[in-house]
Design a protein around this ligand. Sequence first.
Ligand SMILES: Cc1cc2nc3c(=O)[nH]c(=O)nc-3n(C[C@H](O)[C@H](O)[C@H](O)COP(=O)(O)OP(=O)(O)OC[C@H]3O[C@@H](n4cnc5c(N)ncnc54)[C@H](O)[C@@H]3O)c2cc1C
Length: 413
Amino acid sequence: MRFATTIIIGAGQSGLAMSRHLTARSIDHVVLERGEVANSWRTERWDSLRLLTPNWQTRLTGYAYDGDDPDGFMAMPEVVRFLQRYAEVSDAPVVTGTRVTRVRRVEGGYVVSTSQGPWRCRMLVIASGACNIAAIPSLSADLPHEVTSLTPVQYRNPGLLPDGGVMIVGASASGIQLAREIRASGRRVLLSVGEHVRMPRTYRGRDILWWMDAIGAMDVHYDAVEDINRARRLPSLQLVGTPERVTVDLNSLRKAGVELVGRLVGLRDGKAQLSGSLANHCALADLKMNRLLAGIDAWVSANGLAERFPASHRYEPTDVGTETRLGLDLRDGRISTVIWATGYRPDYSWLDVPVLDRKGRIQHDGGVVAAPGMYVLGLPFMRRRKSSFIDGAGDDAADLAEHLNLELTRAAA
Ligand SMILES: Cc1cc2nc3c(=O)[nH]c(=O)nc-3n(C[C@H](O)[C@H](O)[C@H](O)COP(=O)(O)OP(=O)(O)OC[C@H]3O[C@@H](n4cnc5c(N)ncnc54)[C@H](O)[C@@H]3O)c2cc1C
């Protein structure tokens, strides 16, 4: 059986960042990867996807975007090249084509079974991703069989959809991006909207993520948040990365002809039941967006920077129209596809150590898992608000590498 002091599972940005920090501390390790480096970005994203984070924010410990378009947004082949190059310059010991099939605890560490034979390690870093599986509500089981059911992980482009209209459930980053693209291809699109986080692409002349970075919002620590469980469950930001840096929100989608409907609350006898809460959800999202913009304005004033930026302003409230549709017949042939843009979840089916809660979530304190020598990376708001972003992997990995090193030193002593 092969041995490494530390095994990292997954060669996405999280696993590579951890590898970089372990190498810097001369801690012997391997990165086991079921596919290639950046496998999720290669195989689990739709064709047109670009990062919603700007190029300047695509930065990892010791390595950052250095092209001539810092405010642009990478397409997937560029992200893959970026991470591949990071693995190379870091000399990361990645073992590709090696799927972890089981992890179990043994005296002094873990046995990691893989498609290429077993490994043993003392420390284990789970960097296998937070978005392995599309999280679909259980009511999807009642979708009429003549309607095609898809997730954003399966979706590639509008041309591959069956003829006919599309209902997209969920209006966070994935949902609004797919609604925009599919509507632009000429199809009827309904967007079912629940809780969401509205964001303008730019504000006072800068990208909204530039502002969030500047005011420290992306660095907020998990232990400084009142309700961290709720913060970890918040939907993703309604943002899209395009060369034109457009804002895509419910107003722009409605103008483009997307029909906005409320949250999908039931499916019965082929009919979708829709909540009447659309206006409330939108009002709340507007309120929260304005709170963020007010925070930015306050930061500008407090730092005496008002002259440096265009004046503050506010965006139009979300207009959902006056008619609220409460039902939709999914058997009349007008909607042929439903896309569940209702979030993602990790896959821990291989993890045979009792560290998951009732809902299958891994129990951890800022990435330190409730099992000896076990760590996790890349989860939403894991240590910081930016934890699940490329930009968050470096700082989180630095913290956890330090923790891991102290544990090894203590054990040795
Ligand atoms: C649609 C979408 C768009 C996103 N856009 C952005 C964005 O614009 N900017 C941004 O900063 N973040 C974005 N993210 C969030 C985040 O950066 C990505 O989810 C990113 O892939 C997470 O990196 P990671 O290294 O934590 O996990 P992953 O990239 O998922 O890497 C995990 C790796 O583990 C491997 N693996 C999993 N299970 C096993 C196993 N059993 N055995 C061996 N290997 C295994 C996988 O093959 C994969 O390579 C986006 C996420 C999604 C889903």
